[in-house]
Ligand binder design. Structure first.
Ligand code: RP5
Length: 166
C-alpha cells in the first residue's frame, strides 16, 4: 500500500489486475500535484479490510475516494455505504467480463441515498480529474491547476485544428 500521510484522495481497487486501468488516476493526480494513496481492497475477498478502509478514510484525512472494480463490482457502492466521503466509481473491464456491462451496471445502479459518481468504462483518468475538481471547490491552488490543465486541452485541440484546416 502506498501510504502518503498527506493523502487527500484514496485510490482503491478490487484486484492488482485493475492496476493497469487505475494507473491513469494515479498519473493525473501526480500531474495535478494532489497527494494520494493507493490500495488493493476487495469487497468480496477482503470484506473486513474494505470496512476498515471505509471507516477510517475520513479520519485519516482523505477527502475523496476513487474505487475501481470489475465484474460484480461491489467495492465502490459498499465503500459509499460506509463513508460520508464522495466516492467516484471506475468500472473496470475485467478479463472475463461481458463487454464491461457487468462492471458499469453494478457500479452505476445504486439505490436512492447512496450515490456513487460513476465514470465511463476504464475511465480512471476522468475519475482523477473529478476528484481534483471536488477538491478544487475548496482549494484555489488546485482549482488553478485544473484550469491550467483545461487550457492545455484547449490548446491541443486548437493546434490540431490549425494543422487540419491549414
Ligand atoms: C474484481 O474482479 C476485481 O476488481 C477485478 O476487476 C476482477 C478480477 O479480479 P482478479 O480475478 O483478476 O483478481 O473483484
Amino acid at each position: 500500500m502506498n501510504k502518503d500521510k498527506s493523502a487527500v484522495v484514496g485510490i482503491i481497487m478490487g484486484s492488482k489486475s485493475d492496476l493497469p486501468v487505475m494507473q491513469d488516476a494515479v498519473d493525473i493526480l501526480k500531474k495535478l500535484d494532489i497527494p494520494f494513496e493507493v490500495s488493493i481492497v476487495s469487497a468480496h475477498r477482503t470484506p473486513e479490510r474494505m470496512v476498515d478502509y471505509a471507516k477510517s478514510a475520513a479520519h485519516r484525512g482523505l477527502k475523496v475516494i476513487i474505487a475501481g472494480a470489475g465484474g460484480a463490482a461491489h467495492l465502490p457502492g459498499m465503500v459509499a455505504s460506509i463513508t460520508h466521503l464522495p466516492v467516484i466509481g471506475v468500472p473496470v473491464k475485467s478479463s472475463n467480463s461481458i463487454d464491461g456491462w457487468d462492471s458499469v451496471l453494478s457500479i452505476l445502479q445504486m439505490p436512492n441515498g447512496i450515490p456513487v459518481a460513476t465514470v465511463a468504462l476504464n475511465a480512471a483518468k476522468n475519475a482523477g480529474i473529478l476528484a481534483a475538481q471536488i477538491l478544487g471547490t475548496s482549494s484555489s491552488p488546485i482549482a488553478e491547476r485544473i484550469l491550467a490543465y483545461k487550457l492545455e486541452l484547449k490548446e491541443a485541440v486548437e493546434r490540431n485544428a490549425e494543422e487540419v484546416e491549414n
